[in-house]
Design a protein around this ligand. Structure first.
Ligand code: E4P
Length: 231
């Protein structure tokens, strides 16, 4: 399952990209606005941090298909590397996705709330769909079940469209999504950090080090001590 950072905060992206096995960055208008910076230089900075191979997702703002298409072409030509244009699953959005898929501009259908939203987007040629797990749960729906059903439909009909689940409030939701076999998740920086924040890990590591130090001493708390002796 691929792992994306759902953020446009450059310092958090830099740090997570250094430590975690990250496949790219997803943004949306709200996420960009949060940084209070001109959007294009910000997106270019993110591109520089993650490099050209990792995916960068940028969402369009227009509501008419023709305008969405123009935005998509512009951002696709302006930002280098692996770029995916996010388009909401409105009727106009679906029309835009149909045209863009003919032009080989990769798209992700976003604001997906139902399996049928996802089905139409995939059939229109979207490369990815993003079901909004937590926002579905907040409507007293079942976000995980929606992801299962989208996966089942895509598998039955051999759609090559990938499911990139989005909108998470806790790590449990992400674990549940991983059991559906979804192709990817996009996760906020604090939840990615929370993947490793189980208290016992720190305690265990301290115990391993302390036992070692008791026998070999603080200055030799490294396997490189073996190398020093060999030299
Ligand atoms: C992904 O790209 C979505 O826009 C995002 O995950 C939505 O998350 P939220 O429901 O936490 O705003």
């Amino acid at each position: 399952m691929r792992l994306f950072i759902d953020s446009s905060n450059v310092s958090q992206i830099k740090s997570l990209n250094e430590y975690f096995p990250i496949d790219g960055v997803t943004t949306n208008p709200s996420i960009i606005v949060k940084e209070q910076k001109p959007f294009l230089p910000l997106l270019k900075e993110i591109r520089n941090v993650i490099g050209e191979d990792k995916l960068l997702f940028v969402q369009t703002l227009s509501t008419r298909a023709e305008d969405i298409i123009e935005e998509a072409r512009y951002i696709h030509d302006t930002l280098r590397g692996n770029l995916v244009v996010k388009i909401p699953v409105t009727k106009e959005g679906i029309k835009a996705i149909k045209t863009l898929s003919q032009e080989n501009i990769h798209t992700l259908a976003t604001t997906v709330y139902t399996p049928m939203n996802a089905y139409v987007a995939a059939k229109a040629g979207a490369n990815y769909v993003a079901p909004y797990v937590n926002r579905i749960d907040n409507l007293t729906g079942d976000g995980i079940r929606v992801v299962y059903e989208i996966m089942a439909i895509f598998q039955k009909f051999n759609f090559s469209c990938e499911v990139l689940a989005a909108s998470f409030k806790n790590v449990q939701q992400i674990k549940e999504v991983s059991l559906t076999g979804a192709h990817g998740v996009t996760v906020s920086p604090d939840l990615i950090e929370a993947f490793l924040s189980n208290p016992p890990i720190k305690e265990n590591v301290e115990q391993f080090r302390n036992e070692w130090i008791q026998l070999y001493g603080e200055e030799n708390a490294t396997l490189l001590e073996g190398k020093r002796k060999d030299d």
